[in-house]
Design a protein around this ligand. Structure first.
Ligand SMILES: CC(C)(COP(=O)(O)OP(=O)(O)OC[C@H]1O[C@@H](n2cnc3c(N)ncnc32)[C@H](O)[C@@H]1OP(=O)(O)O)[C@@H](O)C(=O)NCCC(=O)NCCS
Length: 177
């Protein structure tokens, strides 16, 4: 059984390695750089990451960073990115465990909505839905619009008019979208 804990900057090399191995060659470098840059983000509310450990090594990583909404200061949101599990450790619920632990923490903090840009078949298992993003515009044009998903964590998340989302600097790269 794996354990998970909050990641620190000391985990940087291991986290980079997880994503280098987890993602395809075309994506791996950009994702490893994103994960590393997010470790240095000083935001309020905070950006945070979790690592999964097994066999004495870091085998999985997930990061959550805050988003802001144009013209709405009341809503609070986060985005999940990136998530990776080393290939030989996949299919042991490590990815699920990291997502669930992050959701639990954000829900406790009172965050309204958590976004992700990913595969609906995977993230749908945790309650992420395309409908929940219907009035939230991603910061960039998406290569795969069906992958723009969200889960409501607390109360009212229905935006009455389309709200554009802004994210932290490491995610402000159109190549990631
Ligand atoms: C996606 C990922 C994080 C899942 O990690 P994991 O620890 O293997 O996940 P879990 O063990 O919790 O869940 C595994 C299940 O999800 C399924 N799954 C994994 N990726 C999937 C996808 N893209 N679409 C649908 N199902 C997927 C597996 O087939 C498996 O199904 P099963 O439970 O029916 O056997 C891991 O496969 C990974 O690192 N992939 C490469 C990087 C990536 O794509 N990250 C997500 C980017 S949005």
């Amino acid at each position: 059984m794996f354990s998970s804990r909050v990641a620190t900057k000391l985990d940087r090399d291991n986290i980079r390695q997880v994503h280098r191995l987890a993602f395809s060659e075309v994506e791996a470098q950009a994702v490893a750089t994103l994960a590393s840059n997010l470790l240095d983000e000083e935001t309020s509310p905070g950006t945070f990451a979790l690592v999964a450990e097994l066999d004495g090594m870091v085998v999985g990583h997930i990061a959550f960073s805050p988003v802001t909404f144009d013209a709405n200061q009341k809503l609070t949101g986060y985005i999940l990115a990136p998530l990776g599990v080393m290939p030989e450790y996949q299919k042991r619920r490590i990815g699920s465990g990291l997502i669930e632990r992050g959701i639990e923490q954000l829900a406790k903090q009172g965050v309204n909505v958590l976004f992700v840009y990913g595969d609906p078949k995977y993230y749908g298992r945790f309650g992420f839905k395309a409908e929940t993003t219907s009035n939230y515009l991603p910061p960039y044009d998406l290569q795969y619009p069906f992958g723009w998903l969200a889960i409501a964590l607390n109360d009212e998340v229905h935006a009455e008019q389309p709200l554009k989302i802004s994210c932290v600097k490491p995610l402000r790269d159109s190549a990631l979208w």
